[in-house]
Design a protein around this ligand. Structure first.
Ligand code: C5P
Length: 238
């Protein structure tokens, strides 16, 4: 098995409200960060330009827009994203939306990540939507759907990789947010996982925002997270 370079598997969530702040954070972190996630906040503020700017700095880009709409709209919007040089795009795990996204990305290198169940949902939220299943069951079923229609991966909390691997084996990448480095505070996360726990459970990529953005020294925070991730990947390979 090829040795994993942990730095390639760390994705910085660029959760800032302006192009200037995004540029400042990327410049401050320099080569330490290779992959950035642009979500609703920054994309609403800055539009496709911020994707071009991150690409111009040599960053890989994860566009986290969580598409869900009629097929025509998802297909056409995904085709536009594919032309922007984005590497990961999120789409809600709805059969019609996922299929449309697979058509829209065509033969491009864009990888589609299915959002199975938003990580802030619990069984009560599902019941309110008329869904009588546990979160774990629904995550596994939607991961299977994502694999069936030709997606490349799923977004999943650090507690879910085992169930997902049980459902789809190694056919999907698992990208995990909600990470708190060992020994740090938990912010507003009810069930945060550490890099070690997530990677041990089967995550391939980790998304980290505030623990880097808000650190006294963001570069130190990145290096500590990369070191923890590398140790976990090395342990997984043995
Ligand atoms: O909490 P943190 O600032 O590290 O979050 C980074 C990113 O992960 C955010 O952009 C958010 O969209 C995502 N996230 C998530 N589910 C969580 C926590 C965070 O999808 N439970």
């Amino acid at each position: 098995m090829e040795k994993v370079n942990a730095r390639d598997r760390l994705i910085l969530a660029l959760d800032v409200p302006s192009v200037e702040e995004a540029q400042r954070l990327m410049d401050r972190l320099g080569e330490g960060i290779r992959f950035v996630k642009i979500g609703l906040e920054l994309y609403t503020a800055a539009g496709p330009d911020i994707v071009r700017q991150a690409r111009a700095k040599g960053k890989r880009v994860f566009l986290d827009l969580k598409f869900l709409d009629i097929e025509e709209t998802v297909r056409r919007a995904t085709a536009l994203v594919a032309d922007m040089g984005v590497e990961f795009l999120t789409v809600h795990a709805n059969r019609k939306a996922l299929r449309a996204a697979v058509q829209g990305r065509g033969g491009s290198g864009l990888k589609l990540l299915a959002v199975t169940v938003l990580t802030n949902f619990d069984a009560n939220d599902l019941r309110e939507m008329g869904i009588q299943r546990s979160v774990g069951d629904l995550v596994a079923a939607r991961a299977a759907l994502a694999a069936e229609v030709g997606c490349d991966g799923v977004v999943a909390s650090g507690e879910e990789p085992a169930a997902i691997r049980g459902s789809v084996g190694d056919r999907l990448l698992i990208v995990t947010p909600g990470i708190r480095p060992s020994g740090k505070g938990v912010d507003d996360h009810a069930r945060p996982t550490t890099p070690t726990q997530s990677i041990k459970a089967g995550s391939d990529y980790l998304v980290v925002g505030r623990p880097i953005r808000d650190a006294a020294d963001p570069n130190d925070a990145v290096e500590a997270i990369v070191a923890e991730m590398q140790a976990a990947f090395n342990a997984r390979e043995h």
